[in-house]
Design a protein around this ligand. Structure first.
Ligand SMILES: Nc1nc2c(ncn2[C@@H]2O[C@H](COP(=O)(O)OP(=O)(O)OP(=O)(O)O)[C@@H](O)[C@H]2O)c(=O)[nH]1
Length: 367
């Protein structure tokens, strides 16, 4: 996952995903009109031309690559994504096409995993494009039902660096908060904000560097509070996945100020979930490497995204690691400052991950 070219010279790519009818195209149109004149190559990773307003397009039905009237480039993927990305690269390098960034809108049914992997698997693509982030649009009105019925929808949430909730205007605040709480449990590291008919702060949508090892690892504070009341204080680990027992245990004790906004809505048994591992003790680097290597071999297909800031024995700086499925990367980060207490924070998002095995294994790697 190490780029050969310096990352700022690489073409950033944003993957826009979301449930059917969630509002991806509405958002995309908004981005294209807001960034009028900027050259954005849009790839529609689905069949059917109706996803982008036809009047926006200067159609050339012979070509897969279409210039948008506002200066964007639009490209409908009819073949496979890899081929299209390479074609765009060749045309850009030859000066035939000019674009600064790429947005891929995936079909509402798609699992974004394979799309993400394209950017790490093919060398030519990995050297030329920088996968910036996965943005997932969730429909406030139908989100709960879609999450109940479709694991793919849960995966879209699990993969996200940013989650946008559309159609907030159609639901009351209680329902909105319940959906939000569920999304946090599936993915506590993505920020969650509303999007109103495509209107949202676009500045926080592009150039997120979600796959960059140096980005901050933010875990939604609600996740830590909700799943493990004492995690916010001084405990070494916080566990999220097996939250149901905790919720039941604490339900009787809770009052309005306990911070457990979510426990009345926490009865969804999502296939995709997350947990956080934290420790103030250092890892033994060799043991950890061996353990993570093994974990990724065994659970790679079920691991959607994982990310961590690690405290390693004998190393005076943070070690950063992250991965998508079986592709894991690590590199040194900022030094620990004097007065700063080194500590480890890791989040794993995946399908039915055995939290106990991960936690016990990680604990055994601590010195
Ligand atoms: N009430 C409401 N409707 C919205 C909002 N955002 C989008 N819509 C409507 O939802 C419908 C679907 O929006 P699209 O942008 O086409 O959704 P999509 O995700 O691209 O749909 P597919 O490509 O079919 O998966 C349209 O009628 C939009 O006008 C919103 O914030 N509130």
């Amino acid at each position: 996952m190490k780029p050969a070219v310096s990352p700022d010279k690489m073409v950033p790519v944003t993957i826009l995903t979301g449930f059917l009818g969630a509002g991806k195209t509405t958002l995309l149109k908004r981005i294209l009109s807001e960034y009028h004149g900027r050259r954005i190559a849009v790839i529609e990773n689905e069949f059917g031309p109706e996803s982008i307003d036809n009047e926006l397009l200067v159609q050339d039905s012979e070509e897969e690559i279409i210039e948008l009237s506002n200066g964007c480039v639009c490209c409908t993927v009819r073949g496979d994504l890899m081929r299209t990305m390479n074609e765009l690269r060749v045309k850009r390098q030859a000066g035939e096409l000019n674009f600064e960034r790429v947005i891929i809108e995936t079909t509402g049914m798609a699992n974004p995993g394979p799309v993400c992997q394209t950017f790490f698997m093919d060398d030519e693509i990995a050297e030329y494009y920088r996968l910036d982030a996965v943005i997932t649009v969730v429909d406030a009105k139908h989100g709960m039902e879609t999450l109940d019925k479709q694991e793919e929808a849960q995966k879209q949430v699990g993969f996200a660096d940013r989650i946008l909730i559309s159609k907030k205007d159609l639901v009351n605040d209680v329902d909105y908060q319940a959906l939000r709480a569920r999304l946090v449990r599936i993915n506590p590291r993505a920020s969650i904000t509303p999007v109103d008919f495509g209107v949202t702060d676009l500045k926080v949508l592009l150039d997120i560097s979600g796959f960059n090892l140096n980005t901050i690892l933010d875990i939604d504070p609600d996740f830590l509070l909700d799943e493990h009341p004492d995690a916010a204080h001084d405990h070494d680990h916080s566990h999220g996945h097996e939250h149901h027992e905790h919720e039941h245990e604490h339900e009787g004790d809770c009052n309005d100020h306990c911070g457990h906004q979510n426990h009345h809505h926490a009865h969804h048994d999502d296939e995709i979930g997350a947990f956080v591992f934290r420790s103030k003790k250092a890892f033994d680097p060799e043991r950890l490497e061996e353990f993570l290597g093994g974990i990724v071999q065994v659970y790679g297909p079920d691991l959607l995204r994982y990310k961590g800031i690690l405290y390693l024995k004998g190393i005076n700086r943070r070690m950063l690691f992250q991965g998508v499925h079986m592709m894991m990367g690590a590199e040194p980060g900022k030094p620990w400052l004097s007065g700063e207490k080194p500590n480890t924070k890791m989040v794993f998002i995946g399908r039915k991950l055995p939290q106990e095995i991960f936690t016990r294994g990680l604990e055994q790697c601590l010195v």
